[in-house]
Design a protein around this ligand. Sequence first.
Ligand code: NAD
Length: 291
Amino acid sequence: MAIETVGIIGAGQMGSGIAHVAALAGYKVLLHDISEENIEHGIATINGNMARQVASGKLDEKARTDALSRITPAPSIEDLASVDLAIEAATEDETVKRKIFAQLCPVLNPEAVLATNTSSISITRMAAQTDRPERFIGIHFMNPVPVIKLVELVRGIATEDSTFETARAFVTDLDKTITVAEDFPAFIVNRILLPMINEAIYTLYEGVGTVDAIDTAMRLGANHPMGPLQLADFIGLDTCLSIMQVLYEGLADSKYRPCPLLVKYVEAGWLGRKAGRGFYDYRGEHPVPTR
Ligand SMILES: NC(=O)c1ccc[n+]([C@@H]2O[C@H](COP(=O)([O-])OP(=O)(O)OC[C@H]3O[C@@H](n4cnc5c(N)ncnc54)[C@H](O)[C@@H]3O)[C@@H](O)[C@H]2O)c1
């Protein structure tokens, strides 16, 4: 199926990133969130990120204005009726996603493909709650979407080959590299990455090192581009906690138990970079460790 118009549900870090790359690749994008303010915030983020790409010579000004003109706010879910592909990129909470699918499916074209950008939740289970398990698939982009090359494609048990091929063609057109993962909790990247981040938080919780010591150790000692606590803040601590809970419950193994300190930060609303504070405080000129 040829994709011309893409609907994106959730205009946060990931939804705005997906809108950014889809619009640059020539797709018409309809961007939906729970409020017009959130949609405007998402579009302002895209505008700022594209301006940075222009400043660094990765993009010319005309490509930027053309791409921005292809993104339209969709304040009501009914506005997504005409899309060929809908990508759900809302908060990592199955109840939230389930409600979105219940509202979205009746308005969507029956032929449209429905995708989720979930980091960890079962594609098969979510697909079964929709009217189109055959046309449902996981398209898992990484943060920040305009920068990271990889996209995981995850089939549910009922996903048809034609749906997979539509998703593959779309992602290839965005100039991303695909890896195929089976539908098990957190797929490949987060199955490996999140236990490492959770262990870094345990290392902090047990006083083995400070935020600075742990991040410096992994940056310089393991040659990681970012320390694990910096990365956790970048992902969002609520998202990190949800993924650990999905691993813990889905694999029924105590080695995936979320660190109590991660839970405490989320309960405090210190969700990382997007909230201005997490393992670092971002409200000043430079990030300052909070422990
Ligand atoms: N942050 C990451 O590194 C990362 C990477 C890959 C995938 N993901 C996945 O992408 C999804 C979004 O994550 P994010 O980092 O963009 O989170 P975020 O908190 O930045 O954005 C989530 C957005 O969803 C919106 N939302 C919540 N309920 C909604 C509803 N009912 N209808 C429409 N919009 C709704 C929120 O208002 C918010 O703008 C999650 O499933 C997450 O697991 C995140």
